[in-house]
Design a protein around this ligand. Structure first.
Ligand code: HEM
Length: 415
C-alpha cells in the first residue's frame, strides 16, 4: 500500500514538473512586452524556497552577484524582485515613485497590524496619506519635537542613572536602548503631546510605529557602541569631541548635537554598515511597470538591497571597514532623506521613514550620552567582539553587546 502510494506520488510530482516547465517555455509573450528579470530557477510549487537558507540577506546578495543588479525569484508561487544598484533604485523611488509607493502587506504584518491598518504596511491610499501627514507634520514637526524635548531628556537621564547605579557590572546595551526608546515613543504618542481631537486618532494605527521605531533605534545604538568598542581610535575621537563641546563638568543636551560632527559621522557610518532595515520595507507596483528594461508585474514584491549597495566597493573605499571619517566634511551630502541612491538607511521617496527627525535626534543623543558619561570595557579584557549579524526584517547583532561602565563625570551629574 505504502509502496503504491509513494509511486503514485512520485509520478504526480514528475508530471506536475513537466507540465510546469512546458507551460513556462511555451508561455506566449507579446512582441513588445519586455522580459522578466533573470533569476534562479526553483522547484515547481515551492520555487526557490528550499534553497534560500537561513540568511535571506546574504543569499539575496549572493544572487545579486550572480544574476546582476535586478533579478527575480519565486518563493512559493509568489514573485519577488530584488534590486541592488543605485541607478535602478532611482528608477523605483524617484522616477516611478508614485507607482512603487504601494505595499503588498505580508501575512505576518497583516496579523500584527490588524489588517495592514498602519502607516508602514498600509497600501498607498487616502487613509495612509492622512496618517502619515498627522504623524510627520504634527507629531514629529520641529515644534512638537522642541516641546517634547523634556520627555527625551528625562528618559535619557534615567538611562544614564541606571547604568551609573550598576557600575562595574555588564550592561546590555541593546536592551537599555530599547527601553529608553520605547518610553520616549510611548510618551510622545500617548503622553499628551498632541491634544484634542487629533490625540484621539492616535491609537491602533500608530502601534506599529512603536514596534518599528524602537527596534530600529535600539539595534542601531547597539551596533554603534559595538563599533566604537571595536575601534578604540574612533572611541577616543568621539570622547575628545564630547570633552571639547560639552566639557567634563556638564551633561549633554540636544542643543549640543549640531556641534558633534564626529559623532554624527559615527552614526552615519554605523547605519552604512548595519542598516537596521537592510532590505527596506518591500514596495509593490500598483500597475505593471518597466525597470532597467525588465517588466515588473503589478503587485510583485520589490526589495531594495541597501545592505549590498552600502558595501559596494565601486562606491565606498574599503567598504567593510568602520571609518566615520568618510562622512566628515561631506557638506551634508549623505543625509538621511534618501537623495543619494548610494546611501539609503531610511529608504527614499514618498515611503521614506516617517520617523527620521526623531530617529536622528535620539540616535546621536543616546550614543553621545553613553560615551560622554562613561568609560566602557568588555567583560573579558582583550576579547574579540563578535560582530556577526542576524537578519529578520531588522538586522540584529547575533550576540547581544554587554559592556561595563565606569564613571567619567563628577558624581553630581548622574542624579
Ligand atoms: C535607526 C532608526 C530607524 C531606521 C534605520 C528606520 C528605517 C526605516 C526604513 C528603511 C523604512 C522604510 C522606508 C522605505 O520603504 O523606503 C522605514 C519606514 C518607517 N519608519 Fe523608520 N526607521 C527608524 C526609526 C523610526 C522611528 C523612531 C520611527 C517613529 C517613531 C519610524 C517610523 C517609520 C514609519 C512610520 C515608517 C513607514 C513610512 C511609510 O511607509 O509611509 N522609524 N523606517
Amino acid at each position: 500500500m505504502d509502496h503504491m502510494y509513494m509511486t503514485t506520488l512520485s509520478v504526480s510530482v514528475v508530471l506536475i514538473s513537466i507540465i510546469w516547465y512546458i507551460k513556462t517555455l511555451l508561455k506566449p509573450r507579446g512582441k513588445s512586452s519586455p522580459p522578466l528579470p533573470p533569476g534562479p530557477r526553483g522547484l515547481p510549487i515551492l520555487g526557490y524556497l528550499p534553497f534560500i537558507g537561513n540568511n535571506l540577506l546574504h543569499q539575496f546578495t549572493y544572487l545579486g552577484h550572480k544574476y546582476g543588479p535586478i533579478y527575480k525569484l519565486y518563493l512559493g508561487n509568489k514573485l519577488y524582485i530584488v534590486i541592488s544598484s543605485p541607478s535602478l533604485v532611482k528608477e523605483v523611488v524617484r522616477d516611478q515613485d508614485s507607482v512603487f509607493a504601494n505595499r503588498d502587506t505580508p501575512v505576518a504584518a497583516l496579523v500584527a497590524t490588524y489588517g495592514g491598518n498602519d502607516i508602514a504596511w498600509s497600501p498607498q491610499n487616502s487613509q495612509w496619506r492622512e496618517m502619515r501627514k498627522l504623524f510627520v507634520q504634527e507629531m514629529l514637526s520641529n515644534k512638537s519635537l522642541k516641546e517634547s524635548y523634556s520627555l527625551r531628556r528625562d528618559e535619557v537621564r534615567k538611562t544614564i542613572k541606571h547604568a551609573h547605579t550598576n557600575m562595574g557590572k555588564p550592561v546590555e546595551i541593546g536592551e537599555l536602548s530599547f527601553r529608553t526608546e520605547l518610553n520616549v515613543i510611548m510618551n510622545m504618542l500617548w503622553g499628551g503631546i498632541i491634544e484634542g481631537e487629533e490625540g484621539k486618532l492616535i491609537g491602533a494605527e500608530f502601534r506599529d510605529i512603536v514596534a518599528g521605531g524602537t527596534d530600529t533605534t535600539a539595534t542601531t545604538v547597539e551596533w554603534a557602541m559595538a563599533e566604537l568598542m571595536n575601534n578604540p581610535d574612533a572611541m577616543d575621537k568621539a570622547q575628545k569631541e564630547l570633552s571639547d563641546v560639552v566639557r567634563l563638568d556638564n551633561i549633554i543636551e540636544e542643543s549640543h548635537i549640531p556641534n558633534l560632527k564626529y559623532l554624527a559621522a559615527v552614526i552615519k557610518e554605523t547605519l552604512r554598515l548595519h542598516p537596521a532595515l537592510p532590505l527596506l520595507l518591500p514596495r509593490s507596483p500598483s500597475q505593471s511597470s518597466t525597470i532597467g528594461g525588465y517588466i515588473i508585474p503589478k503587485n510583485t514584491q520589490v526589495f531594495i538591497n541597501v545592505w549590498s549597495i552600502h558595501r559596494d566597493p565601486s562606491v565606498w573605499d574599503n567598504p567593510n571597514e568602520f571609518k566615520p571619517e568618510r562622512f566628515l566634511d561631506d557638506n551634508g551630502k549623505w543625509d538621511f532623506r534618501g537623495n543619494y541612491f548610494h546611501y539609503l538607511p531610511f529608504g527614499s521617496g514618498r515611503r521614506v521613514c516617517g520617523g527620521v527627525p526623531l530617529a536622528e535626534r535620539m540616535l546621536i543623543y543616546l550614543v553621545a550620552s553613553l560615551v560622554h558619561s562613561f568609560e566602557w570595557k568588555l567583560p573579558t579584557e582583550g576579547e574579540a567582539l563578535d560582530m556577526s549579524e542576524t537578519f529578520g526584517i531588522v538586522l540584529r547583532k547575533t550576540k547581544p553587546l554587554f559592556i561595563i561602565p565606569t564613571a567619567r563625570l563628577p558624581d553630581n551629574l548622574y542624579v
